[in-house]
Design a protein around this ligand. Structure first.
Ligand code: PRP
Length: 215
């Protein structure tokens, strides 16, 4: 039976979306419309394959997928953990590799070891809370920031930060270091649970082809 329903993809804007589109091209899924950088369009369609793509801010991707506005999303694992939405994580796409870490000046390592009530600045308050309260059983004060989190310890807003470390360059240039590693991160594919049931064949086929390409 011919399926005329569009499969809709929400892609996290930026490098992640570009990498995802590169990967999709390798398995024959293209979206020419999206390559026109001057376009102000928000939704791009591949009519032949009945696919739709849109770009969204990373933290909004799991929201679109949970509500079924997108069947499939591609976003960093950091965002998936922080947003904690009702979605299935189905595939590690292997790019965007980095780690979620507790970082700070070397001296702050002592405060961590003694389970002191410290201040933790982060763009990821939920990940920080989960780690300190549930994993380490350490009571801390979490301060939400929206970026340049490394400033926290530098201006004595916080003792440590919970943040993404990729090359470690930002930490090094600011006299900070990784004190504890929370978890590895990379780009992941997520799927709406209802879409997974309604479109099992198409989605499984897609995952299968991507897996083949990644291995
Ligand atoms: C991210 C992250 C670190 C930095 C880590 O910030 O929050 O600051 O990259 O990368 P590195 O280990 O390679 O130095 P981003 O550039 O996304 O901006 P932000 O600080 O505004 O969040």
């Amino acid at each position: 039976m011919r399926n005329d329903r569009y499969l809709t993809f929400a892609l996290g804007k930026g490098r992640l979306a570009n990498k995802t589109l590169e990967l999709f091209e390798q398995i024959g899924i293209t979206c020419e419309e999206m390559k026109d950088k001057s376009s102000r369009k928000l939704i791009f369609v591949n009519e032949a394959l009945k696919l739709r793509f849109f770009l969204a801010k990373g933290p909004d991707v799991p929201t679109y997928v949970e509500y079924g506005a997108a069947d499939i999303g591609v976003v960093g694992r950091d965002t998936i953990l922080e947003e904690n939405r009702n979605v299935y994580e189905v595939l590690d796409l292997g790019f965007g590799k980095c780690s979620m870490c507790v970082c700070g000046p070397r001296e702050a390592g002592e405060l961590l070891r003694h389970h002191e009530r410290i201040r933790v600045a982060s763009k990821y308050p939920n990940i920080a809370r989960e780690y300190f309260y549930n994993k380490k059983l350490q009571t801390v004060d979490i301060i939400k920031l929206n970026g340049s989190v490394e400033l926290g310890p530098l201006v004595e807003l916080s003792d440590v930060i919970v943040d993404i470390v990729e090359t470690g360059g930002t930490l090094r240039e600011n006299g900070l270091e990784v004190l504890e590693e929370i978890c590895p991160l990379s780009a992941r594919m997520i799927v709406n649970p209802v879409s997974m049931q309604m479109e099992t064949e198409r989605i499984k086929e897609l995952i299968h082809r991507l897996r083949g390409q990644l291995s």
